[in-house]
Design a protein around this ligand. Structure first.
Ligand code: MG
Length: 297
């Protein structure tokens, strides 16, 4: 939620880039010197990346890793074909954005009843974040659901790590599935595209290049509360570009930055929110199928 800004990472990234360039120059120089073997590419790739992520954040419960752990392994990259166009909504879906109509979306105010028009751009068949316009959320509320959305990171890409193509989808307004330009962009593992932010990295990285459309298919079983007591946690399954990246992950709680997520009791339905993280990420073809999971028909 709290947004680490670009400058320190940008500086670090530039520094790392400079070091890599220097390293590359040295490597080619050493290759010509038969007395000194080249560094094997695999060993070079395994070098720890410093300056991105944290080593002083709290440990995740039941995990050897810290929140946004700098040393948590980053998911391997899996290539997928370019997108083949919007995925048509099934007949029982509620279409939340069809390319033109923003009537399903509002900007939240300081209280639940204070709502404003969504200030994002709807043009050319897509919805685009207007930096500083604020997050937007659905007028309707949802609990268990199947959610389909397509997103595209800004091109040309700008910034690095969490500052590059950052947005997110918040189930019930509080459980963030990260949207990020994770194509050739190093960041901490639990903060990249398809992560349950601050909790679980995606199983693999299937992010398409900036400007191409990514597809998220989310399956969400909302947490259950009895009064103030959590009786069943929430669960998320996610397909990214048709590839399984989260399977029935037990949510630890509402999204948190550099802190362990905790549950705060809430109503059985909440809005779906999209994040303004200061980058002009685009969305198209958003639809949802409300479900009642965990109950017999
Ligand atoms: Mg985000």
């Amino acid at each position: 939620m709290v947004r680490p800004r670009l400058s320190p990472y940008g500086f670090t990234f530039c520094l790392l880039g400079s070091l890599c360039l220097v390293g590359g120059f040295q490597s080619s120089t050493l290759a010509e010197d038969e007395k000194k073997p080249e560094t094997p590419p695999a060993a070079a790739a395994a070098k720890p990346i410093t300056g991105i992520g944290y080593v002083d954040s709290p440990l995740l419960p039941g995990s050897p890793w810290r929140v946004h752990d700098r040393n948590r392994p980053r998911p391997r990259v899996v290539a997928v074909a370019t997108d083949s166009g919007p995925v048509p909504a099934p007949s029982d879906a509620i279409v939340l954005f069809d390319g033109t109509d923003l009537s399903h979306w509002v900007k939240p105010g300081k209280s639940p009843s204070e709502l404003f028009p969504a200030g994002w751009k709807a043009e050319n068949g897509y919805l685009e974040v207007v930096p500083s316009a604020g997050d937007i959320q659905t007028v309707d509320t949802f609990g268990d659901c199947q959610l389909h959305l397509e997103w595209s990171a800004p091109t040309p890409p700008e910034g690095s790590s969490q500052g590059r193509g950052n947005s997110g989808v918040f189930l019930m307004g509080r459980y963030e599935i990260q949207i990020l330009d994770s194509f050739a962009n190093v960041t901490y593992a639990d903060g990249q595209a398809g992560a349950i932010y601050g909790q679980y990295p995606p199983l693999v990285n299937v992010t398409r290049p900036p400007g191409q459309w990514n597809v998220f298919d989310l399956f969400f079983e909302s947490p259950r509360f009895e009064g103030e007591k959590l009786t069943r946690p929430g669960y998320v399954t996610l397909l990214h570009n048709g590839v399984l990246v989260q399977y029935h992950r037990e949510l630890l709680g509402a999204v948190a930055h550099k802190d362990v997520a905790k549950y705060v009791p809430h109503p059985p339905a909440g809005p779906i929110s999209l994040q303004d993280h200061g980058n002009p990420t685009r969305f198209r073809n958003i639809w949802v199928r409300p479900l009642e999971l965990g109950r017999n028909p």
